[in-house]
Structure formats: C-alpha cells, structure tokens
Design a protein around this ligand. Sequence first.
Ligand code: GLU
Length: 475
Amino acid sequence: MTVKTRFAPSPTGYLHVGGARTALYSWLFAKKNGGEFVLRIEDTDLERSTQEAVDAILEGMSWMGMEWDEGPYYQTKRFDRYNEMVDQLLADDKAYKCYASKELLDEIRAEQEAAKEMPRYDAEHPKIKAVNEAAKDGDPCVIRFRNPKGGSVVFEDQIRGRIEIGNEQLDDLIIRRTDGSPTYNFCVVVDDWDMGITHVVRGEDHINNTPRQINIYEALGAPVPTFAHCAMILGDDGAKLSKRHGAVSVMQYRDQGYLPNALNNYLVRLGWSHGDQEIFSQQEMIELFSLDAISKSASAFNTDKLLWLNNHYIKTSDPAYVAEHLQWHLDDQGINTDNGPAIEAVISLVGERCNTLVELAQQSRYFYEDFSEFDAAAAKKHLRGVAKGPLELALAKVEALSDWSTDAIKQQVIAAVCEELEIGMGKIGMPLRVAVTGGGQSPSVDAVMELIGKERCVQRMKLALEFIAQREANA
Ligand code: GLU
C-alpha cells in the first residue's frame, strides 16, 4: 500500500501556524514512507472562501518548502461527483429525503430541551414522520445519511489511541442541502476515498466528525483510512493561539525575518519529539518522524525558542540559502546590493549576530549604501579630538595598502597605528568602526573593512575626520 496523506485547508484566511504544523506532519509522514502528499482546497463554503486565501495558502506552503505531489484539488469543482455518490446512497436506501422544515425541527428541539432530553434529529419522531409521509416528490427536501442504529464506531487514533463512540450519539447527518449542495462531512469522505488517502492527519477539532465519516465510508463500501488527530497550539498564556499572541500566519513569520527551515524545525518539535534532540535537518525530520511520537496534549508556542532556532539556522545554513531568503528583506528595506560585496560574504560575517533576517538586512545596509551622518551617540563618544591623530594615520596607511585583505588591514593598519602611536587597540578600533560603518556595533572592523572595500573606507574615514574637525571648530 502506498501511503498517501493530504492537507485540506478551508480557504477562509491565511495559512495559520497550527494548520502549517498539521500540514508538516502530514507531509513528513508521506515522505518518511515514500508516499505521496495531496493538497486539497475545501472551498465549499462559498461565502467564506476567497481566492486571496487560496493564494495565501499556496504561498505559505511553497515558502515552507512543502511541495505537494497532487493537487491542488478544489471541492467546488467536484460537486457532480459528490452528487453521484449521494444518489448512490439514496438508491441503496442508505440515505433518504427529509422534508421537515427548519421551523418544525426548531420546535422539536425546543420540546426536547424542555423535557431535558439531548436535542437530536429523530427520523422516527411522529411529527417528522407525518411530514415525510405527506410530502410529494419535488417538494423541497434535504438528503440525510441513514446512520446505523445500534453498536458503536471504534477507531485507533494514531495519537490518541482507541476511540469508541456509540451510534446512538450520532444522528442522521444532512449530506445534501435543500439547495442541492453537498455538505462538508460528506465531501471529505468522497474526496479522501477518491484520492486514495490512507492516513488522515488533522487537527483535533475534527475528532467529532471522524465517527460520522467512518459510517459514511462504510456505507459507500470505501476503505476507512487511518486517523491521527493533533492537539492544539496554545499561546504562552495557555489560551488557544490567536492574533493577540502575535504572529499566527506563516507569511507573518516570513515578514518578521524567520527562515523557513527554522520555522519548520520549530513546528516539528512543537508537539513531536525524538529524545532530547532540538535541531533537525529536513532529512532527519523525514527519517525520524512517526505519528505515535506526536504529543496528545496541547503545546505552548514559545517565540524565544523560535528566535534561538532562527539564529542557529542563520549561523549554520549555507549562506546561499540564507541569501535567497534575505533578498526579500533587502528589497523590503530598499537596500540595493548591486554595488557592494556578495550577499553571502556579508551573511557569513554578520549573520551570527542576528536573530532575524530583518536585523541581518538592517546590519547589511552600510556595506552597500553610503551615509552622510553617523549614529549620534556613537559619534559623540568615539569621533572626538583624541581620535583625530590615530584616524589620520590609519587613513594614510589604508591609502597606501595594496593588499586589501582582513589580515593586512589588521596588521598593517590597526596594529601598526597602535604601535607607532603607542596606543591601545580601542583608541583606533572604535573610531575606525564608527567611521566606516556609521555606528558603534559591527563584527571585527578589519573584516568589515575588507568587505566594504578600500575606496568606500577612504571616503568614510575622510568624512569622520571632517566631522571631528567640525566638532572641534564648534567647541
Ligand atoms: N477543511 C478542514 C479545515 O480547514 C480540514 C478538514 C480535514 O482535514 O479533514 O479545518
């Protein structure tokens, strides 16, 4: 049997991290078993589904690197097929027409509530029977599934274990509305069957649908897939993760400067574990993943841990991979990298200091753009009269330097200035840093200077000397 899983979002909004985690588990399970992963858009709720949401889901899935082997399928394009199956159940007497009006059902419900009974649809209720017997062909009706009367539905959830629900708790579900449209629980079953889905991995908010769906599979003579229901994701305060906890959409994580690998690694660990291991390459996730190691209890989202992982991936990933994702932020911050060092070189130098790609882009700016002003606090502290001599000497040495390398800058400029003027490293290092980067914080100044390039360093050191001269003149 080829394993086939699916992700079946309803396109009513962005791709939520909870959905993304479910999709990831489903995707990993397919990959681990050499199987296939299907993407299905459950867009039957015409009022709430939008093309914008479909696009956002596809964008989020692609950004996370979860390629689908089949699809996207759209439920709205499969109505004929669902109706064919409804008609088959009708022909087999496994479904029936019900003519009871909404008003009548409300009235019966009110009576049941008043009698402290569980409100439920009962085809044998005398008032419903009377209406159905009196109805003529062509009168408006819904189609209901004839749920088995006795016994119970049992399934072995791969995460939660054995689940048993008595059929007396399941009433006869509407499978086709009065307007002719098939209903959600029915479409899902027909789809999963037609698409050959062997394992349904989904959120536990669907667990109550599962016994109803199993009865429909059986009535259709379809094989029942294996189910795995994942627990929820909570915010740090224990409430269901929502907008008020911060970002919930996958693309917001892109905007905030996370690498997809970091978000994937974070999400896989949020509710699944393999010993104490925290870092998983995509290949390791695929090899080690199993449904039974998914936690039964809800997991709390922890942004600090995600930041830590992001920093890890920025530091340790191939700079070409980081560059691919950094480019979006460089564009977003209007940084043109045409005139300057290779982005990969900047990433290797600056990356480890950054938790996000937003910071990394900010800290890349001075490699590509000239500035006319220095950071006020850094300049106040370091571009003072005492720095004039060391900076002038450093400038002369920079201009004379033919070997423009980190090591030569370190030895023949910085160390040489310290030695000649008999000053400590800080007396030239900091003024030089502020001069060439515009601010007080950067990686090792010699390495930074190599990447900025000689011509720009000369020009910026002259600007710093002018700043000092101006300051002295104003004093
Ligand atoms: N369309 C459902 C949702 O977005 C998922 C249904 C399923 O996975 O069976 O919640």
